[in-house]
Design a protein around this ligand. Structure first.
Ligand code: FAS
Ligand code: PHB
Length: 391
């Protein structure tokens, strides 16, 4: 097999890259380890920042998002048993976010690739990337028990944190920076209408909690738990009782309950591998960086990476100009590190670290009170949460 751009991974990064390249007349092949049903059902992100919404709309991938997505102009920070709304639009000159699940973005992009006769090969496991530092890289992969080779002009590893892309870079070339956190998130889906029109990020002595949603009928909720915890320790009743405790307010607000249809625990880490390029191999999305989900940045960073890369590959393809390709890693990493800092700050601000001292906890409350009483501080959170303009 031969193609211009070999893409490993049919998550949001790989699928959107293939879609954007197609619109530029550049052919690609996407190799995906899992089945189509698996990648379409995998519960992950829920918030699209302003720039992501614009990219999907501009590329013809936003039609169902605009019909079924829920635009949000604000988020609530809850602490000291009181609600504090952060006005995203006021703090950013009108930028906002959209509640539209990653599962839906993935379904829309797969459907678009299928309509365009795009090549997305499911149950096709990439085994190695060869010749990354030559003019003719290739990907060895296995599908239906048969090993094949995909010859490419360039290879883009969009294969997530556990993929093979990074491993194709020789030892000593990548600089890895990372941090692990002393907590994880227990996430549930529940068949119950959201109890608030917007998201609620709750800081509480018992631990962090997040109220989000998937539709007017489905709530998405998260609880901070110990990284070693398992869902077996969390029967539904215990989850609801703990959420009630952490969302408590003076106002008497109550959380609606309903059947829990999905339950999972996600570890938390910050991770960056630099540079995001080695010869003709490029890294994009979670293959290059991971953020704790508190800032709702993971999916949005993946979109920003491939938007940049699609533009650079188009310049190379149509003008034989590699300037943007040469600048890809440095340009992408500026946005990555801004999102890493914001996600780290939101995580440290809102979670209850078991090892925290009384001094640490007083600092958290002081920071929360400052953000919710200062227009400047609130605007800073708003511009990071709604997303800085995609370059
Ligand atoms: P992805 O991991 O989505 O996709 C990589 C793809 O590559 C997968 O389909 C995988 O099967 C495939 N692959 C891997 N190895 C391969 C191989 N050898 N051959 C072929 N294919 C291979 N972000 C948020 O903003 N908010 C959240 O709430 C949130 N929750 C998350 C919960 C979990 C459990 C996880 C793991 C992540 C979460 N994230 C969240 C982050 C997440 O949304 C990612 O940022 C997003 O999926 C990144 O997209 P991709 O870079 O495409 O990587
Ligand atoms: C979600 O709806 O899944 C979600 C929303 C905001 C976050 C993380 C996850 O910060």
């Amino acid at each position: 097999m031969r193609t211009r751009v070999g893409i490993i991974g049919a998550g949001p990064a790989g699928l959107l890259l293939s879609h954007l390249l197609h619109r530029q007349g550049i052919e690609s092949v996407v190799l995906e380890l899992r089945t189509r049903e698996y990648v379409e059902r995998r519960q992950r992100a829920g918030i699209l920042e302003h720039g992501t919404v614009e990219v999907l709309r501009a590329s013809g991938a936003g039609e169902r998002m605009d019909r079924q997505g829920i635009p949000h102009q604000g988020v609530e920070l809850r602490f000291d048993r009181r609600a504090h709304r952060i006005d995203l639009a006021a703090g950013t000159g009108g930028r906002s976010v959209m509640v539209y699940a990653q599962t839906e973005v993935v379904k829309d992009l797969i459907a678009l690739r299928e309509q365009a006769d795009g090549q997305v090969l499911f149950e096709a496991e990439a085994l190695s990337v060869d010749g990354a530092d030559t003019a003719s890289p290739s990907v060895r992969f296995r599908q239906a028990g048969a090993e094949q080779t995909l010859d490419c002009d360039v290879v883009v590893a969009c294969d997530g944190f556990h993929g093979i892309g990074r491993r194709a870079v020789p030892d000593g070339v990548l600089t890895v920076s990372e941090r692990t956190y002393p907590f994880a998130w227990l996430g549930i889906l529940a068949d119950v209408p959201p109890s608030c029109d917007e998201l609620i990020y709750a800081h509480h002595a018992r631990g962090f909690a997040l109220h989000s949603m998937r539709s007017p009928q489905v709530s998405r909720l998260y609880l901070q738990v110990d990284p070693s915890d398992t869902t077996d320790n969390w029967p539904d009743a215990r989850i609801w009782d703990e959420l009630d405790a952490r969302f408590e307010t003076e106002s008497g607000w109550t959380l609606g309950r309903g059947p829990v249809t999905e339950k999972s625990i996600t570890p938390m880490r910050s991770f960056v591998a630099e540079p995001m390029r080695h010869g003709r191999l490029f890294l994009a999305g979670d293959a290059a960086h991971i953020v704790p989900p508190t800032g709702a940045k993971g999916l949005n960073l993946a979109v920003a990476d491939v938007t940049l890369l699609a533009r650079a590959l188009s310049h190379w393809h149509t003008r034989q100009d590699e300037t943007l390709l040469d600048a890809y890693s440095e340009t992408a990493l500026r946005r990555v590190w801004r999102a890493e800092h914001f996600s780290y700050t939101m995580t440290s601000l809102l979670h209850t670290d078991p090892a925290a001292t009384a001094f640490d906890r007083r600092l958290q409350l002081s920071h929360l009170r400052y953000i919710t009483s200062s227009d400047a501080a609130s605007a800073s959170l708003a511009e990071n949460y709604a997303g800085l303009p995609v370059v």
